[in-house]
Design a protein around this ligand. Structure first.
Ligand code: CMP
Length: 156
């Protein structure tokens, strides 16, 4: 569970949005820099995901520290925060039946060396740290991460 302020999550839940068919993704700085936004979004939408919300944005250090607070004790935490703030990202909410699990299948393993052929990370990721895309790991985190980036008015 992330340590985000409860207000955002409560606001999100209060809007009575069905969260079980939604997941949250970021196209990370390496993917944006290498001009992979188009091909990655094409693969996502061709795989049956509907874009509910999307923006090009850049995380501040405080944003990234909060978003990845769950990894605070991990040795890669500082590198992760500096990498995730190194350039623009695309943040998006995606909708599909069984969204969280199906999206994680579509992106492949965290380390692209272990990712299955044809997955987004296998095709577009450079390394375990610069791994092109994020996908929420549970319905609860999808709701929390979506609320971190988007208000209800930004979701369609
Ligand atoms: P993601 O799952 O999107 O969010 C946490 C990120 O931490 C993960 O992608 C990787 O980019 C990064 N990460 C996870 N494990 C390691 C590791 N062992 N070394 C470096 N980075 C890692």
């Amino acid at each position: 569970m992330h340590g985000f302020s409860k207000n955002c999550l409560e606001e999100y839940q209060d809007q009575n949005i069905m969260t079980t068919n939604r997941t949250f993704t970021m196209l990370k700085p390496d993917a944006v820099k290498k001009a992979y936004i188009g091909p990655i979004l094409e693969q996502i939408t061709a795989s049956g995901f509907r874009i509910v919300a999307m923006k090009l944005t850049q995380l501040t250090t405080a944003d990234a520290q909060e978003f990845y607070a769950i990894h605070k004790e991990r040795p890669f935490y500082n590198d992760l925060v500096s990498y995730m703030t190194s350039g623009p990202i695309v943040a998006a909410i995606l909708e599909k039946e069984n969204a969280v699990e199906d999206f994680r299948t579509l992106i492949g393993a965290t380390n692209p060396e272990d990712a299955a052929e044809g997955t987004i990370r296998k095709k577009f990721a450079a390394s375990i740290s610069e791994n092109a895309v994020h996908g929420s790991d549970s319905n609860e985190n999808a709701a929390i991460e979506s609320a971190f980036h988007f208000s209800g008015r930004e979701q369609f």
